[in-house]
Design a protein around this ligand. Structure first.
Ligand code: GUN
Ligand code: ZN
Length: 435
């Protein structure tokens, strides 16, 4: 199956150094993207790519829209689709009042399967082609999550949550159950289709030291797997965590002690890190995942993205929606809020950086840049097609836009799912076939 897309191609080669760093990306105004069996075969000027395509290749003309690698969402919770927009004072109240009771429902396969369908529909509607998700504690939720990913042929990372204390009974496993069921999820799903299983202790508050030992054992047995958890999101959470692990130097040290601090480790939030913690993260190559809409919605704090990225020992950074603490499925809305958080900190997050983070940056943070995150030949044809004039107000503003960076900034500032013309997964158009 071969397809030729025509449109304006944009793909990053590396992290931008400034707004005038035009070498960090590849842009082709009249571009051609040749896709063979779900893989990008060529990307370049339309006439060149057309010349090497088979004679009667199927062509789809997306001009004047932009063709980018599909967005990557580094942290969200699939069982929280009906938690989004819950009115709470802060993280711990939000978890106890809405989130934990809702996640209890995922013991039922029928419920998990129904929500999984909606989950992937929503990702596709918003141009997200890869996401890193928490399931619930129940294996049923992981089964629903991965089987639907496979049905849609999407590259997804996910994990059965491990949690054995400080939550309702219906949401608790035990150290042994968490270990056994995670192993079973790995056996059933890891490497099947495009699925990746992540070892997922929810956070130190909901795991006993005994459970953390089992997470450590899993990390040793499966060193290639991603590990995901939460870190330093909220001041009350940090204080409670310190009381539960009095021997640890700080929050980051708890995970380090259990062998959970490494290059495959993805830490949601990581807002209030000390210098020591940031150094430890940097030395381990661990990733701090910024979730701006969630941090603002729950009043958790202002993530010092620019400061962490420019340290002498820089911290690797990913960006994410954190549904349902987050308030939008859109990575465009997410980066708009990320921009505003840096504004409040007296920092500038330029639009090239934003689009780098949503695509190649997140792919690098996942150690998956050889497969996703660019338009490079040989990588998977997961794509988003963007219309910067999607609404009347956007079209009006487009009249005075002078260059690519301004156009990207307009899309980020005003765009949402309405700006997503199409989402391709392994070369297949997925948005237009949604119900
Ligand atoms: N910390 C532990 N669990 C969660 C969760 O579900 N959402 C957020 N935002 N923080 C958490
Ligand atoms: Zn989270």
């Amino acid at each position: 199956m071969t397809t030729l897309l025509r449109g304006r191609l944009l793909s990053f080669k590396r992290a931008p150094q400034s707004l005038s760093d035009t070498d960090c990306y590849f842009y082709e105004h009249d571009g051609g993207l040749l896709i063979e069996n779900g893989i990008i075969a060529a990307a370049g000027p339309y006439t060149d790519v057309k010349a090497r395509a088979p004679a009667h290749v199927a062509e789809i003309d997306h001009r004047p829209h932009l063709i980018l690698p599909g967005f990557i969402d580094m942290h969200l919770h699939f069982p929280q689709m009906q938690v989004i927009a819950s009115y709470a004072a802060d993280l711990l109240e939000w978890l106890n009042t809405y989130t934990f009771p809702e996640e209890c429902r995922f013991v039922e396969s029928a419920h998990a399967e129904r929500i999984a369908t909606h989950f992937y529909d929503e990702l596709i509607r918003h141009g997200t082609t890869t996401a890193v998700a928490y399931c619930s504690v129940h294996k049923t939720s992981a089964d629903a999550f991965f089987s639907e990913a496979m049905r849609r042929n999407m590259r997804m990372v996910g994990g059965k949550v491990m949690m054995d204390r400080n939550a309702p009974q219906g949401l608790l496993d035990t150290p042994q159950m968490g270990y056994d069921e995670t192993r079973q999820v790995i056996a059933d799903w890891h490497g099947k289709g495009r699925n990746h299983v992540a070892i997922t202790p929810r956070f130190a508050i909901t795991s006993t030291p005994e459970q953390m030992e089992t997470a450590a054992a899993l990390a040793r047995e499966f060193p290639d797997l991603h590990i995901q958890t939460h870190l330093s999101e909220n001041h009350d959470e940090i204080k409670f965590t310190g009381e539960l692990y009095p021997d640890a130097i700080d929050y980051t040290d708890i995970y380090a002690r259990y062998g959970l601090l490494g290059r495959k480790s993805l830490f949601g939030h990581a807002i209030h890190l000390s210098d020591r913690e940031a150094d430890a993260m940097s030395e381990a190559g661990a990733v701090a995942v910024h979730c701006p809409t969630s941090n603002l919605f729950l009043g958790s704090g202002l993530f010092p993205l620019k400061a962490l990225a420019r340290r002498q020992k820089p911290v690797r950074i990913g960006v994410a929606t954190d549904i349902g603490g987050g308030s939008s499925y859109s990575m465009l809305r997410t980066m708009d809020e990320a921009y505003k958080i840096q504004q409040l900190l007296g920092e500038r997050l330029n639009p090239l950086e934003s689009y780098y983070y949503m695509t190649l940056g997140n792919a690098e943070a996942l150690s998956l840049a050889d497969k996703i995150g660019t338009l490079d030949p040989g990588t998977e044809a997961d794509l988003v097609i963007l219309d910067p004039a999607a609404t009347p107000a956007m079209a009006l503003k487009m009249e005075v836009v002078n260059n690519l960076a301004e156009e990207l900034f307009l899309l980020q500032t005003m765009g949402d799912d309405r700006a997503i013309v199409e989402t391709y997964v392994a070369g297949k158009a997925m948005k237009s076939i949604l119900q």
